[in-house]
Design a protein around this ligand. Structure first.
Ligand SMILES: [Zn+2]
Length: 221
């Protein structure tokens, strides 16, 4: 059964305080988990100079159960600086609000080509730290109330992401999986749930490697 067809909100409300670990319905109490993972550095909206959301955002009273990997389909910049990463985040937010008419940046998080991890949509970082809620996203129709969206700066149709960016994505996904109790098998590509070439053939081809490296990272968290 496609988990997306389950009545997730009502199901998860009934399972308050529990983290859903897998499409098979295995449920692990948060309390049974070890202490919260050491958090990697993630730059908040305030740090990169986000503008306020155009409309009120929705906080969902349940954890995320999937991660969707995207590419921004932006230029493959050779500027790997933090300042550039901040500019990418601001440009993306302007694009999503002004051109798409969305309330805020569509995705929850962004990874720059230089490997910097940034918050996308306001509130996503606090929700991740708290482990029991998520902010409704706007990164994939049908998945916005259950999947965390990560946009990777760049265009990966014919080239692979830089090693630094991929390594950063591994750390980021491991932390998100750990916080929300998401099994590595639920790290998917945008195209798995929507008619799009995103995240590009080359990044999509690396998703099995991403899952295995995240699984490895989780054993040491
Ligand atoms: Zn996408």
């Amino acid at each position: 059964m496609d988990i997306a067809h389950l009545p997730r909100r009502s199901f998860l409300r009934g399972a308050a305080g529990l983290a859903v670990a897998g499409a098979a319905g295995l449920v692990l109490p948060n309390a049974a988990r070890a202490a919260t993972a050491t958090a990697p550095r993630i730059y908040s909206c305030a740090e990169w100079g986000a503008r306020p959301p155009a409309d009120a955002l929705t906080t969902l009273d349940h954890p995320a159960n999937r991660i969707l990997i995207h590419h921004i389909a932006s230029a493959n910049s050779t500027d790997f600086s933090l300042a550039h990463a901040f500019q990418v985040a601001r440009d993306d937010q302007h694009d999503h609000i002004d051109n798409n008419g969305w309330s805020d940046t569509g995705q929850h998080f962004t990874v720059s080509r230089g490997g910097y991890r940034l918050e996308g949509r306001h509130g996503s970082l606090d929700a991740l730290r708290g482990r029991t809620t998520m902010i409704q996203g706007a990164h994939c129709p049908g998945q916005n109330t259950n999947a965390i969206g990560i946009e990777n700066e760049g265009l990966y149709t014919s080239v692979e992401p830089p090693e630094t960016q991929f390594a950063s994505l591994v750390v980021f996904c491991a932390y998100i999986c750990r916080q929300y109790g998401i099994p590595v098998e639920e790290i998917k590509g945008h195209r798995d749930f929507y008619n799009t070439e995103c995240p590009g053939d080359r990044l999509y081809a690396k998703l099995p490697q991403l899952r295995s490296e995240v699984a490895k990272a989780l054993t040491s968290m």
